[in-house]
Design a protein around this ligand. Structure first.
Ligand SMILES: *Cc1c(COP(=O)(O)O)cnc(C)c1O
Length: 395
C-alpha cells in the first residue's frame, strides 16, 4: 500500500494536534452557551475572548474589529454585500480583479444584477494587478476595492501595501480576501491600510467552517444575520465555541511558526520547481517566481490533460490538484489561467502542488520521479505531441 503524500494544502490543511486539543473541552464538558450569565458559561466566554485577541493580533487589528463567521466564503460575501448596501448612497461602483476566488467573483456578479457596476481588473502574465491600472479604474462613485492577498491557484501575492495606499488616498474602502495569506504571509491592516479582511480556519491548520471578517472600527457594517445580539448584533446565532477556539489557537500557532515555516517551505518549493522545470520538457511555472506563497508550485505541462495527471498521481498515493477545488470537475479551464493569458490547451494541463510544514524533500523527490514517468506516458498517447515532435518541436 502506498503511503499518502498530501500536497493539496491550498484546498485544506490538516488540523494541528494542539488545535484539536484546545477545541475538545468545548465539545464535551464545557458546552455552556457563552452568552449565558451563570458561572458555568464563564470559561467559554473567556475562551472566545482569547480567540478574538489571537485572531486580531496576527494582522495588527483590535479584538473588537473581529467578527467570527462560518468561513472564508461567508466573510467574502458579507464584506462585499455589506459595503455595497451601506455605501450605496455614495456610489455603486466596485473594483476587483479577474483572478479572485469565486466567493468574491460570484458576489460581484450578484451585485451587478442588483444595479451595481463592477470593474474586473486584468492581471499581468504572472498574476499581478497593476497599481496604475487600479488608479485609472477609480471613479467618483467607486465605493469598494476588493483584491485578494494571495491567489489560491497560482500563489501570486498582490502588492497590498501599494493598493491600500491608493485606496486610502482616494478614500475608498479596501477589502482583501486573505484566506490563502492569513497565517502564511505577514499582514498588517494598519500598514497596508486594509479596511476589511477575510480569513478561514481550515487554510491554516485550524477547523473547517469557521472564519473571520475583520472590519475597521467605525465602518458602517450591515448585519449579516438578524436574530440575537451575538457579535455585537451583526452576526446573530449561538457562537461556534469549539470552532472559534480552534481558529484562535491556529492563528496563535501560525504567528509563532510563520518565519521558520516560510523559510523551510520556500526552500522545498524552490527545490521542487527547479527539478520539475529542469527534468520535464515543455513545462512552465505559473505565477510569480518570487512573490508567491511559500508553499505553492503551479505548473502547466503541454500535451497533457490535467485530470488524467491527477488520477495517475492519486494511484501513487499523491494528493494534488489542477488548481482550484471549486473548478475541478468542470470542463472549462481555470479563469485564473485564462486571465494570465494562457491558451485553453495549455491551461488544461495544469497541476498545483501545495506543501505543508510537514512536507519532506524525500516526498517531493518521489513526486518528481513519478511525475516524470506519468507525463511521459500521457504524452506517448497524445497525437498532438507526436505531431509536434515530428514537426521538429518548434512553434
Ligand atoms: C478557500 C478559499 C476561500 C473560501 O474559504 P472557505 O472557508 O472554504 O469558505 C475563499 N477565498 C480563497 C482565496 C480561498 O482560498
Amino acid at each position: 500500500m502506498n503511503k499518502r503524500i498530501y500536497l493539496d494544502n491550498a484546498a485544506t490543511t490538516r488540523m494541528h494536534e494542539e488545535v484539536l486539543q484546545a477545541m475538545l473541552p468545548f465539545m464535551r464538558d464545557n458546552y455552556a452557551n457563552p452568552s449565558a450569565i451563570y458561572g458555568f458559561a464563564g470559561e467559554a466566554k473567556k475562551a472566545v475572548g482569547t480567540a478574538r485577541e489571537q485572531a486580531a493580533s496576527l494582522i495588527g487589528a483590535k479584538p473588537t474589529e473581529i467578527y467570527f463567521t462560518a468561513g472564508g466564503t461567508e466573510s467574502d460575501n458579507w464584506a462585499i454585500r455589506a459595503v455595497a448596501e451601506a455605501y450605496a448612497d455614495k456610489g455603486r461602483h466596485i473594483i476587483t480583479s479577474k483572478i479572485e476566488h469565486h466567493a468574491v467573483l460570484h458576489t460581484c456578479e450578484y451585485l451587478e444584477k442588483q444595479g451595481y457596476e463592477v470593474t474586473y481588473l486584468d492581471v499581468d502574465a504572472e498574476g499581478k494587478v497593476s497599481p496604475e491600472a487600479l488608479e485609472r479604474a477609480i471613479r467618483p462613485d467607486t465605493i469598494l476595492i476588493s483584491l485578494m492577498a494571495a491567489n489560491n491557484e497560482i500563489g501570486t501575492l498582490q502588492p497590498l501595501a501599494e493598493i491600500g495606499k491608493i485606496a486610502r488616498e482616494k478614500k475608498i474602502l479596501f477589502h482583501t480576501d486573505a484566506v490563502q495569506a492569513y497565517g502564511h504571509v505577514p499582514l498588517d491592516v494598519e500598514e497596508m491600510h486594509i479596511d476589511l479582511l477575510s480569513a478561514s480556519g481550515h487554510k491554516l491548520n485550524g477547523p473547517k467552517g469557521v472564519g473571520i471578517l475583520y472590519t475597521r472600527e467605525n465602518l458602517r457594517l450591515r448585519p449579516l444575520l438578524h436574530g440575537g445580539a451575538q457579535e455585537r448584533g451583526r452576526r446573530a446565532g449561538t457562537l461556534n465555541v469549539p470552532g472559534i477556539v480552534g481558529f484562535g489557537k491556529a492563528a496563535a500557532l501560525a504567528a509563532e511558526t510563520m518565519e521558520e515555516r516560510r523559510k523551510k517551505e520556500t526552500a522545498l518549493r524552490d527545490h521542487l520547481i527547479d527539478r520539475v522545470l529542469a527534468e520535464i520538457p515543455y513545462t512552465r511555472l505559473n505565477g510569480h517566481r518570487e512573490d508567491r506563497l511559500s508553499n505553492n508550485a503551479h505548473f502547466c505541462f503541454r500535451f497533457i490533460e490535467g485530470e488524467s495527471l491527477l488520477i495517475l498521481l492519486d494511484q501513487r498515493g499523491i494528493c494534488a490538484s489542477s488548481g482550484s477545488a471549486c473548478t475541478s470537475g468542470a470542463l472549462d479551464p481555470s479563469h485564473v489561467l485564462l486571465a494570465i493569458g494562457l491558451p485553453h490547451e495549455i491551461a488544461h494541463g495544469s497541476l498545483r502542488i501545495t506543501l505543508s510544514e510537514e512536507t519532506t524533500v524525500e516526498e517531493l523527490d518521489y513526486v518528481v520521479e513519478e511525475l516524470k514517468k506519468i507525463v511521459e506516458r500521457l504524452r506517448a498517447m497524445s497525437p498532438l505531441y507526436e505531431d509536434y515532435v515530428k514537426s521538429g518541436g518548434n512553434d
